[in-house]
Design a protein around this ligand. Structure first.
Ligand SMILES: [Zn+2]
Length: 345
């Protein structure tokens, strides 16, 4: 195959801006490997890249998507530790590898950091070339579509709960939208850490699926006042940590739901990023507001090992053919998926 198909955004807009294009089969540069992509994991980030973000410039045209799994089929010069035929997961964060941040194991803080499909070409293609540092062995018990669901959301949730909020056994955490990509990852990671999980979800079906992850309590935010519910469930004390990714619609309630000394950690603002904060609450209750983006490649390798051990599991809704990328974006935006969406080239 000398020609590959890929999903390209040339200008921001609706679903019709997701173009299926053909490109020459890429050749791996020194230090890179080429992966024959078997499954492409979609994230909310994909929809932002398509729609555009006010005040932010994406380097268009761009091949979309950050996650993928497949088989290594060519090696660039000087690559060690990876061989042709290896089944791999593609790690979404590309960094220089030599700066202080990279060498401190916080490569997401590298000044030359790129997220595949966001600031450099991504995984939505039949074949991609990435640095050898950006592939890790596929967990044996996962299918390719399952393996393609893991990277970005589990890494994001892990960095938020483990590295930033330092969630501990016995603490209680509130996870917003527990069936979303990052939400479902957060519920599972919090369980692994020995914390008690209160999650929210919209509608009875989603609530039932979150309960099975499992979560200690699930609040249907459509039917109930979740702030009052959290207060009642914690005996008016509040939770130790709130896992935030929705922003404007929930942030004031998230701060209100925190116990004294509580931490809110945020990785996103899908409903808007401008929120009002009462500083009185922040200092009187000794609250911490923590930001987080992505996480280190080393942590993602550890996460994949936990999948290999069967201690975490992917939540796959369905795999769609590459040509149905528009339909997949619609399902993401309308929040109709019950788990992650994957494209198969
Ligand atoms: Zn670096």
């Amino acid at each position: 195959m000398a020609i590959i198909r890929c999903v390209v955004v040339r200008q921001h807009g609706g679903f019709d801006q997701l173009l299926l294009e053909e490109r020459p089969l890429p050749t791996p540069a020194p230090g890179q490997v080429r992966v024959r992509v078997a499954a492409i994991g979609l994230n909310h980030l994909d929809t932002w890249v398509r729609r555009g973000v006010p005040g932010h410039e994406f380097p268009l045209p761009l091949i979309t998507s950050s996650d993928g799994a497949g088989v290594v089929d060519a090696l660039g010069a000087g690559v060690n530790g990876v061989k042709e035929g290896d089944e791999v997961v593609i790690l979404p964060g590309v960094s220089c590898g030599i700066c202080e941040a990279c060498q401190n194991g916080v490569d997401q803080l590298c000044r030359h950091y790129h997220i595949l499909g966001e600031s450099c070409d991504g995984t939505a293609a039949e074949a991609v070339c990435v640095p050898a540092a950006n592939v890790a062995p596929k967990p044996k018990n996962l299918t390719m579509p399952e393996a393609a669901c893991v990277g970005l959301v589990f890494l994001t949730a892990w960095n938020m709960l483990v590295r930033r909020a330092e969630l501990r056994a016995g603490e209680t955490v509130l996870v917003h939208a527990g069936l979303s990509g990052v939400g479902a990852a957060a519920v599972q990671i919090a369980n692994l850490l020995g914390a008690r999980v209160i999650a929210t979800a919209g509608g009875a079906r989603k609530c039932e699926l979150v309960r099975q992850l499992p979560a200690w309590q699930v609040i249907d935010y459509v039917a109930k006042d979740w702030v009052a519910e959290v207060r009642a469930l914690t005996g008016k004390a509040g939770v130790d940590v709130v896992f935030e990714h929705t922003g404007q619609a929930t942030f004031a309630g998230s701060l209100k739901s925190l116990a004294r000394g509580g931490r809110v950690v945020t990785c996103g603002a899908t409903t808007g990023g401008n929120v009002a904060i009462s500083l009185h609450a922040v200092f009187f209750k000794s609250l911490s507001i923590l930001g987080s983006t992505m996480g280190s490649k080393g942590d993602l390798r550890q996460i994949l090992r936990l999948f290999d051990q069967g201690r975490l599991r992917p939540l796959l809704d369905r795999a769609l053919p590459l040509a149905q990328v528009g339909e997949a974006h619609r399902a993401l935006e309308e929040r109709t998926a019950l788990g992650k969406l994957v494209l198969t080239p």
